[in-house]
Design a protein around this ligand. Structure first.
Ligand code: ATP
Length: 844
């Protein structure tokens, strides 16, 4: 089906559904999702899994099948937990992918709709605009200056021009000028048009060559590399000490199998597999949480950077303001009035000319605001034909349309745009210009966006540049775009969090300053685009110091602004929506695209997409970024610390000839607590109460640097000393099995103490207890219940080689747990002031 009504109204919903069922979705075969089997197979290749299997085998060789069997059961439980966690991560990522999947603007049943690009079918009429990724192969039906970047398919890096051609032999290959075909996956870098879909999914050009967008894998982030290195070092230390231990014990006792078991236990206790868990689970779940507050993450590494953001560059219109324009005032030669019935003729004329300079099918809220009052100013010459247009551009902030009267003669060129641009075009006496500029300035100071309106009569060919035409000034229109009500509070929150906000706008400096004042920014600290044309990055950085508002900025300047701020050491987040914003979004540490207004190009260049275009969502995302980073730090510290007492208690008894405390079974028990603790308890930990009252962390501050590692290891060492001392005492005063039960209980309780203490790294444990984190209680409760079972249920106790401890012994283990909490608190107090990242708020 082609031509006629279908091209005008698009397909009907029923027809589209039928075709979708017939042809399948408009999607390329995706990278296979990780199935449960694949996740399990990956888990089975982990060194930890292999070690555990080795341990189970050793138990069998030692003639202890029950222990071996039980160990395997525990291994199954650990794998089950891994599956659960990874499944959750995978689902979170999948949900993000779906939220981020592209949309297409399509004409169906005669109305424009935004639908997922997957649902497009052949025959659909799609609307293309600057900055859009073409969602399917299509034939152009109308085309206004479309240039497409087809490098993805043709390799040609220069955008090609498109043109409508009604009678065609068939689709041509991508590349080359003046073709009427557009191809799925390519970019519209300029212009707009309407096209009929000819091929979707695998039948499209891109589908045929089998390229999948987004299949490109990114290299690991610095954080991932750093922690992989850390894990490798831990593993190496573990393996070497384990080998030494096997040799020592084997040589000393002559029982090589037992020695091997002790070595395996030590290796298991040292392997820090949880580091990778923290690094994959936290950002993925963090991104999923951000999505719930309307911020979509395209690159997970951005979550880490978000928390370090120190300068926030935001657009004014739509982000700080409602983007709901309303025409408030019309001005002409000294008289002004609001648009209402009974408008004086001269003011109605201002509106009439402004409407003549307004495209009929505009998406611009500013132009809609004018059109809403069209009844007040009906056209003077009905039936006039639109014969020429001068579009809005960054070097001429005015839009002009020329109308030819039906009876012929000179055409009327109507212009509306920035007052300084339009008034400069007019041949008016200086006094008239002065009065108009003063009126514009007065209205701008109220926060209104002012447009000047002018007209010129011209016959004959239209020049490239309209500047020489005989323009006369008609008047001014002033429009209001109110500040979003939540902005002042959000700005105050930013100030408290040490975040500098810079408003960037194409609007007039007076309008921008007035809006900035209402928002709570420093309205005196204004720089304008022409002032910032400095060329020299160092000079620009200096000029930007202390600036809160950049007005009359063209998108191309945003990149220089980002780079200048970064030179000053700032971590810059920048919002943007247009094609020209893409370089700045890419250069910013965190590029933030607008989901509602933004183009595909901006979205693809950015790390984050704001689904609701609201400033408060950015502030929430930064708070979330800080929380996630802090929680990752806590989790890493806990993981590093807890491995010290466990490894120590696997090593020391063997060295000192005490009865063995930890067999692989015991260590797996401990891991069953540690794994979910680090991934779930810390992930779920609410932000520290003062997280948004501190300045952002330094760009250089590492997630887990040398100091933090040292701090964690010292903590772990403290715990080890206490548990080891208690065990040393127990082995001389209690029978072996009871001493072991006591030592193990002390270790489990000390582990919980460490968990609790790390939850409140920057505060006291009492404060942490008040903060709701149900996951912590669930895990602590389960750990205690499991401990009681292995201590007092005879069959389980036998497996663990425990004898039920007397109540006094158990109380002593409890006392060690409490003492650990107290000791860790003291340690925290002693080191708090010297810890990186734990800084008192600084006056700004
Ligand atoms: P912000 O950064 O606040 O979103 P912006 O950068 O989008 O603003 P532009 O839309 O580029 O600002 O507008 C810059 C100036 O161009 C406006 O102040 C106005 O003078 C002029 N202008 C904008 N839209 C139109 C229009 N539709 N017709 C005529 N002039 C316009």
């Amino acid at each position: 089906m082609s031509g006629g009504a279908a091209d005008r109204d698009g397909l009907s919903a029923a027809e589209a559904a039928r075709r979708l069922a017939r042809d399948g979705p408009n999607a390329l075969p995706e990278r296979e999702a990780r199935t449960a089997w694949k996740i399990a197979a990956d888990a089975a290749r982990e060194p930890m899994f292999l070690l555990l299997c080795g341990a189970a085998l050793l138990y069998l060789l030692l003639g202890e099948p029950l222990e071996g069997g039980f160990l395997m059961l525990m291994v199954a439980a650990t794998v089950g937990m891994t599956l659960y966690q990874e499944g959750k991560t995978e689902r979170a990522l999948q949900a993000l992918r779906e939220l981020g999947s592209p949309l297409a603007l399509v004409l169906r049943d005669g109305s424009q709709q935004r639908i997922p690009a997957r649902d497009l079918v052949a025959g659909d009429i799609i609307l293309l605009a600057e900055g859009a990724r073409v969602p399917a192969d299509a034939l152009l039906l109308s085309c206004h200056g479309i240039m497409a970047d087809e490098s993805l398919l043709s390799g040609e890096s220069v955008p090609v021009r498109k043109a409508v051609a009604p009678d065609l032999p068939g689709p041509a290959r991508p590349g080359g000028d003046d073709q009427p075909w557009v191809y799925s996956g390519t970019l519209v870098v300029q212009g707009q048009g309407r096209a009929r879909v000819t091929a979707t999914g695998a039948r499209s050009e891109i589908g045929r060559i089998g390229t999948s967008l987004g299949a490109v894998r990114r290299p690991p982030s610095p954080l991932q590399r750093q922690s992989a290195l850390l894990a490798k070092r831990f593993a190496l230390i573990g393996l070497v000490t384990s080998a030494l231990l096997v040799l020592l014990v084997g040589w000393r006792d002559g029982n090589w199998l037992q020695a091997l078991l002790a070595g395996v236990a030590l290796a298991i206790s040292v392997l820090p597999e949880e580091f990778t868990v923290v690094l994959t689970v936290f950002p993925a779940l963090g991104a999923w949480r951000l999505a719930r507050s309307h911020v979509l993450t395209r690159r997970l590494a951005a979550i880490e950077t978000l928390g370090a953001t120190s300068v926030l560059c935001v657009d004014k219109t739509g982000t700080l303001t409602e983007n709901r324009m309303a025409l408030r005032r019309l001005w002409c030669a000294g008289s002004a009035a609001a648009p209402a019935p009974g408008l004086p003729a001269a003011l109605a004329e201002v509106l009439r000319v402004a409407l003549l300079a307004t495209p009929q099918r505009s998406h611009d809220p500013l132009e809609h605001a004018l059109q809403r009052h069209a009844a007040l100013a009906p056209p003077a010459a009905p039936g006039a034909l639109l014969v020429h247009e001068y579009g809005l551009s960054s070097n001429r902030r005015a839009l002009m349309q020329a109308w030819q009267p039906p009876e012929g003669g000179a055409a009327l060129l109507a212009a509306k745009g920035a007052p300084e641009t339009v008034i400069a075009l007019c041949h008016a006496p200086p006094a008239v210009r002065g009065a108009a500029l003063a009126a514009a300035a007065a209205m701008a100071a109220e926060g209104l966006r002012v447009l000047a309106v002018a007209q010129a009569r011209h016959a004959g060919p239209w020049p490239e540049d309209p500047a020489g035409l005989p323009f006369e000034l008609v008047g001014l229109c002033a429009l209001e775009d109110p500040l979003r009500p939540e902005i002042p509070a959000a700005m105050a929150a930013c100030a408290a969090a040490g975040l500098r906000v810079v408003m960037i706008t194409g609007d007039h400096p007076d309008t921008a300053a007035a809006i900035a004042g209402q928002a709570g920014l420093d309205a005196r600290a204004v720089a304008t685009g022409p002032e910032l044309e400095l060329g020299d990055p160092a000079a620009l950085a200096e000029r930007l110091a202390g600036v809160a508002v950049c007005a009359r900025i063209v998108p191309e300047q945003k990149l220089a602004i980002v780079q200048a701020l970064q030179r000053g050491g700032a971590v810059v987040a920048m919002t943007g929506d247009g094609v020209n914003d893409a370089p700045a979004l890419r250069a910013a540490d965190v590029g933030i695209a607008m989901g509602l207004r933004g183009t595909d190009v901006a979205r693809e260049a950015a790390e984050l997409t704001l689904l609701d275009d609201r400033f408060t969502s950015i502030v929430e995302a930064i708070a979330a970024g800080r929380r996630i980073f802090a929680n990752m730090r806590k989790a890493m510290a806990y993981v590093a610390a807890i491995h010290v007492p466990i490894a120590g208690m696997a090593l020391l008894p063997a060295l000192f000839g005490w009865p063995v405390l930890l067999y692989p079974l015991h260590i797996v028990f401990l891991e069953l607590v540690i794994d979910p603790a680090c991934a779930l308890v810390f992930e779920n930990e609410p932000a520290e109460p003062d997280a948004m009252r501190k300045p952002p962390r330094a760009r250089s501050s590492q997630l887990f640097g040398g100091r933090a590692i040292g701090h964690a290891l010292l903590e772990g060492l403290g715990v080890l000393v206490m548990v080891a001392a208690a065990y040393a005492y127990a082995v001389t005063h209690l029978p072996e099995a009871e001493a072991r039960a006591f030592g193990f209980a002390a270790l489990v309780l000390a582990n919980l103490a460490l968990l609790l203490s790390n939850r409140a790294r920057d505060g006291s444990v009492l404060a942490a207890l008040k903060v709701a984190n149900p996951v912590f209680w669930a895990i602590a409760g389960t750990a205690l219940a499991m401990l009681l079972v292995v201590l007092y249920v005879p069959a389980a106790a036998a497996l663990f080689r425990f004898a039920a401890p007397a109540p006094a012994t158990l109380a002593m283990a409890g006392a060690i747990g409490l003492a650990t909490v107290a000791a860790l608190e003291l340690f925290k107090l002693a080191t708090a002031r010297r810890q990186p990242g734990i800084r008192a708020p600084q006056p700004r």
